[in-house]
Design a protein around this ligand. Structure first.
Ligand code: PNS
Length: 164
């Protein structure tokens, strides 16, 4: 049996923390679908296509057949049903993440009783890392090389030079 998990998020942009969770998740699951939420209520820095490309580039060192990169709209549980995933994979960095993650996990389980959320902790080197902070540091020209792969760093620099 192929046990599939969905790893949902904004990934705006993907960071070393996300990559660490994908690598850890691959030890538990046969397949991981990295799924970007298309959220009309938010204005992301990167388009969905740009985010998909950055994720694909970031996971090139991992077994291709075990990871899929995709996007979804609407409820996560509907997407979980559509792709027949068994679990939702989420990274949890610190106690501050707990309340939000706890609420989401229990709401999702209420909406779809057979789905559980599996939390994994990233390496402690990445426990403070967030895409929001990476974007902020990049906005002001700070060094983000410790937070994101070099191809993502390049994309962020291009974004802020272009000013879009
Ligand atoms: O990377 P993020 O922004 O923390 O990811 C949040 C995400 C995409 C996992 C969450 O917002 C989500 O699943 N949204 C889809 C809409 C939904 O199902 N909402 C109810 C979840 S409790």
């Amino acid at each position: 049996m192929c046990v599939k998990a969905v790893y949902p998020g904004s990934f705006d942009p993907i960071t070393f923390g996300h990559i660490d969770i994908i690598e850890r998740g691959l030890k538990l699951f046969d397949k991981i679908v990295v799924a970007i939420l298309i959220n009309p209520a938010k204005t992301p820095l990167f388009t969905v296509q740009e985010r998909i490309e950055m994720i694909r580039e970031s996971i090139k060192h991992l077994p291709e057949e075990k990871i899929e990169v995709s996007s979804f709209t609407g409820l996560l549980v509907d997407y979980v049903k559509t792709i027949k995933a068994k679990a939702i994979l989420r990274g949890i960095r610190a106690i501050s993440d707990f309340e939000y993650e706890f609420q989401m996990a229990l709401t999702n389980r209420k909406l779809l009783k057979d789905v559980d959320t599996v939390f994994m902790m990233p390496d402690e080197r990445f426990s403070y890392l967030s895409a929001n902070l990476v974007r902020e540091v990049a906005t002001f020209g700070g060094d983000i090389s410790h937070f994101v792969p070099s191809h993502v760093e390049k994309k962020l620099k291009e974004k802020f030079l272009k000013g879009d």
